[in-house]
Design a protein around this ligand. Structure first.
Ligand SMILES: [Mg+2]
Length: 414
């Protein structure tokens, strides 16, 4: 549509001959949004300035906004029904501000914590960890395919690290191709053993020399939002645009790797071996026996009272302490028994989903539930739920969740 200075509008859709229109200074051309347009994108509640950022448009079919996963963290957005607003700048001044001040690359390092507000997340993060394992090698065909997904590949195929009997490349070589020439030496403390030598079995030392990943696994510690890690150092050394490009290229490359490699999770990943299960059951049983002993002591007035606290309070503190320990004790044995290839363990150690405690809760024992530091309080008269007897002080009735199958699962208690 053309809008003249006097406010008259001509809709080009209904115009027989477009050459009838003479554009003059002062006319406004009202057009559709196009690829490359700058816009403002926002998600409420717009608390920090990173809640409204500038984006470049790519017009795609359907009526859903689509955006890079890495930019969801500053918006605090996920895909469970979130709504976002998009504003199209209407003047050159606004457009300039969007381009130079509010564009996503300029907002990577947040002024709030002086550290990046976005990094690699979710599947890409897990992919990065799998991609940079030291014991995986690529054959020529797969290596060539992956090279096609390296953003601005210069056409030079790196030398294979192993020549015979078959030429093999490492994934670290191909990851190096998307890195700008940064230098970075860090220890990834996410690895369980306290390794601190240059080369160790767990590949715990990260060493990037002039953009070449020499050793170390890329996980949340390296490519997440921590200060003084890859994203931050790149932003400081090479500026916003290079960092933006690096994040995008890592995503494209790793996504294509994961597409071929595949990643799944199932019931099989939640089951610990028999010896571990026996240990877990014994730990739970010991804690329950301890609680029984505490009940007896309390009834016979043998409890050691804490200063300033009544008998009942001392009892509750002791019971809570005994039951809270169960999950950690049984959980650490379960965690230890799981293989490195366990998919839950992989996700947790890559840093993309869940803390380590979730492994314990899934495989061994959910544990004692606490509300305001106490066991679950009575909601009904003298009981937590209608199916418990009155004044039941036992573990189950006050929020101790043992393991799937219930406390008296015959298979376990045999
Ligand atoms: Mg949501």
């Amino acid at each position: 549509m053309i809008e003249r200075e006097d406010g008259r509008k001509t809709n080009l859709a209904y115009l027989a001959d477009r050459f009838m229109i003479q554009l003059e200074a002062g006319h406004k051309v009202i057009r559709h949004i196009r690829d490359g347009d700058y816009v403002l994108f926002n998600r409420q509640p717009s608390l920090p300035n990173m809640s409204i950022m500038g984006h470049r448009i790519r017009v795609m079919p359907y009526s859903t906004f689509r955006l890079s996963l890495s930019v969801t963290s500053p918006y605090n957005a996920d895909f469970d029904g979130d709504e976002m607003n998009l504003h199209v700048p209407q003047s050159r001044q606004t457009r300039a501000e969007v381009q130079e001040v509010m564009l996503v690359p300029h907002c990577i390092v947040s002024p709030q914590g002086n550290k990046p507000g976005m990094g690699i997340v979710q599947g890409t993060l897990l992919g990065c960890m799998l991609f940079t394992q030291r014991d995986t090698f690529l054959q020529r065909d797969f290596f060539m395919n992956l090279l096609m997904h390296v953003g601005d590949w210069d056409g030079v195929v790196p030398e294979p690290v192993i020549y015979k009997p078959k030429p093999l490349w490492t994934e670290k070589q191909i990851f190096s191709l998307v890195l700008p020439p940064v230098n970075l030496i860090r220890f990834n403390i996410t690895h369980p053993d306290d390794e601190n030598t240059d080369i160790s079995p767990g590949d715990a030392k990260l060493f990037i020399s002039k953009g070449e990943l020499v050793c170390g696994i890329i996980d949340k510690k390296t490519v997440g939002t921590s200060a003084n890690r890859l994203i931050y150092v790149t932003w400081k050394e090479f500026g916003p645009r290079v960092t933006d490009k690096m994040i995008s290229q890592i995503q494209v490359l790793v996504h294509n790797y994961v597409l071929h490699q595949g990643q799944s999770i199932g019931i099989g990943d939640t089951i610990a071996d028999e010896a571990t299960m026996r240990n877990v059951i014994q730990t739970i049983q010991n804690a329950k026996d301890e609680v029984k002993e505490l009940v007896r002591k309390a009834q016979e007035k043998e409890l050691t009272l804490l200063p300033g606290k009544g008998m009942m309070e001392a009892f509750e503190t002791e019971v809570n302490r005994a039951l809270n320990g169960v999950r950690d004790k049984s959980g650490s044995s379960a965690q230890y028994s799981l293989l490195k290839s366990n998919n839950i363990k992989r996700m947790v150690s890559a840093g993309c989903k869940g803390p380590f405690i979730n492994i314990s809760q899934i495989c061994a024992c959910v544990g004692q539930q606490n509300v305001e530091g106490k066991r679950i309080a009575y909601g009904f008269t003298r009981r937590t739920l209608p199916h418990f007897v009155l004044d039941d002080l036992g573990p189950e009735s006050r929020g101790f969740v043992a393991y799937p199958g219930g406390a008296d699962n015959a298979e376990y208690t045999q």
